[in-house]
Design a protein around this ligand. Structure first.
Ligand code: DCP
Ligand code: MG
Ligand code: MN
Length: 343
């Protein structure tokens, strides 16, 4: 089936497949009881996974055997509306609630779904019964700052917040490499959060090990970081991730912040990953697979063998990771500036 990496979960339409699969799950968990819909979504999910080229429109989807007009319409809605498609596909109180709950900071699609399955329909249902729904401190916090944390951040504010964090970081480690990532690096006018990548050239014997811990402590003391939502399992590791919230000044809105540290020799691979967007990453990984490579946030590898379930059997050999250019060169595609990385 997908041993060659051309279709299946690494295929060019996996984002569409995942969107359809979420809808299939919606039906499966008896939020709806429409067996026909559940089966048709699952069927089309599998068909979409096995299409070896990118589906660009609903019209094109409808030409594929097994995809009817209704499903084609849903695929077009996904292409038009992306992540918010659930509410668009099926405009019911249940789907609206799943979409709204999924936007609570710290709540993923599975929990959003289970909250609806357990009877919650509005944010206030959750706010008024946090114990009944087993919500953690983190979830309650996400509910409290729901509006702030879901608002897009103007570019000027992202710049100012990043510069303020960078200033503190460079005091801790003057030779730190620190750059803003995600939508900001792609030049977008607003961002959902502030993404920061840090690293450090170890050739002089120095290291960025432990810098995130010092940085977070210092920013908490300054009142810039307000909450920690997830911490690295090992603060000293060269590769680790911190997630939380912060604000520019005491009166500014609360914003989401992601900080990623990466070993210096993997900087290029981390840069590609953290610049995104997620669909660009997916299509680049798919393209790499077609050339016999495997790309992730650590590097570009050759000779990775997977079984029929896409589970890695061998690690493969690292062929490029240091710079974006190195990776694009091996793949023999022209380096693409961040603002054009939105397929
Ligand atoms: N990323 C990815 N796959 C994911 C999540 C993230 O490839 N499931 C990568 C690509 C993203 C980058 O990480 O561009 C940053 O993730 P964000 O969720 O912060 O997304 P963006 O910064 O692109 O958009 P936003 O402005 O909404 O934050
Ligand atoms: Mg972002
Ligand atoms: Mn982010």
């Amino acid at each position: 089936q997908d041993h060659d990496g051309k279709t299946g979960r690494d295929g060019p339409n996996e984002d569409i497949a995942l969107a359809l699969e979420e809808l299939a799950k919606l039906y499966r968990d008896a939020v709806h009881k429409n067996k026909f819909s559940r089966e048709s979504y699952q069927k089309v999910t599998n068909i979409v996974r096995n299409v070896p080229y990118r589906i660009e429109s609903g019209k094109q989807a409808q030409e594929i055997k097994g995809i009817g007009a209704q499903m084609a319409e849903r695929i077009q809605e996904y292409i038009d509306h992306g992540r918010t498609m659930r509410a668009v596909f099926e405009d019911t109180p249940e789907t609206r609630a799943i979409a709204a709950f999924g936007k609570i900071y710290g709540v993923g699609p599975a929990l959003a779904h289970s909250l609806v399955a357990r009877g919650a329909r509005t944010l206030d249902d959750l706010r008024n019964n946090p114990d009944k729904y087993g919500l953690t401190g983190g979830h309650r916090f996400g509910l409290e700052f729901y509006d702030d944390l879901n608002e897009r951040i103007p570019r000027d504010e992202v710049t100012a917040l990043f510069e303020s964090i960078k200033r503190t970081a460079l005091k801790i480690e003057p030779r730190l490499q620190i750059d803003p990532m995600g939508s900001y690096r792609r030049g977008e006018e607003t961002s959902g959060d502030l993404d920061i990548l840090i690293s450090r050239d170890p050739s002089d014997g120095g290291s960025h090990s432990g810098v995130i811990l010092k940085l977070v402590k210092e920013l908490v003391a300054q009142g810039i970081i307000c909450h920690t939502v997830s911490t690295p399992s090992d603060w000293a590791a060269l590769e680790c991730k911190w997630m939380g919230t912060g604000r520019l000044t005491a009166t500014s809105k609360l914003r989401r912040i992601d900080i990623l540290a990466t070993p210096h020799e993997q900087y290029g691979a981390a840069l590609i990953y953290f610049t995104g967007n997620d669909r660009f990453n997916r299509s680049l990984r798919y393209y790499a697979n077609r050339q016999g490579y495997s790309l992730n946030q650590r590097g570009l590898y050759k000779g990775v063998l997977r079984d029929a379930n896409r589970v890695k059997q061998t690690e493969g050999t690292l062929v490029a990771s240091k710079t974006e250019q190195d990776i694009f060169d091996v793949l023999r595609i022209r380096w693409r500036p961040p603002h054009l990385r939105r397929p």
